[in-house]
Design a binder for this molecule. Sequence first.
Ligand code: HEC
Length: 170
Amino acid sequence: MKKILTVVSAVVFILGFGFTASAIHDIIPSESQIPEPGPNAEKLNEYIIKYDPYRAWELWPDKGRLYKGAAPHGALLTTFVNNAGYFSIKKKKGMADGSIIAKENYTADKKFVALSVMYKIKGYNPAGGDWFWVKYAPDGKVEAAGKVKGCIDCHAKMKDNDYIFTGKVK
Ligand code: HEC
């Protein structure tokens, strides 16, 4: 009997430890060990493809894959957020520095046509919410990058929500 109790308590202990460990993992965002690249579209592309692959990130909360979008981005969208971004959306206090949003744009017949990225870099552009904007072609070619006026002018409608349309972040 004593032996059984010992085994049972050992199992309980191990399970408890496992749950605690995964809870800690949920609380502390663990980004990739490679530092984020700063305002450089080519390096950012390498970072989100190779070092911290965006397709392994969380989807935007409560949005599935290939949800319906509006002009100009595409009929169907899939939006990924890195850890910093994901936790910011949950906290609703604006997007933290280092947040990256990577949105895949598809046509109505599910052809991948572009990747639109917003990347928050402290001090990069205080007048525009410190967002670094990029549009990549499906092969990674940079089509627009930086303080892109077109992106900012339209997203400025959502200035009170940190320039974000998809959901409340504040
Ligand atoms: C004419 C308005 C308009 C322009 C121009 C525009 N966007 Fe958007 N953007 C939107 C809307 C609306 C959404 C919400 C998704 C949807 O319904 O398409 C969005 C969503 C996004 C998102 C997901 C996060 C969010 O804000 O909801 C990213 C990333 C993004 N846009 C990047 C860009 C980039 C990069 C550019 C410039 C190359 C750009 N956008 C230009 C209207 C615009």
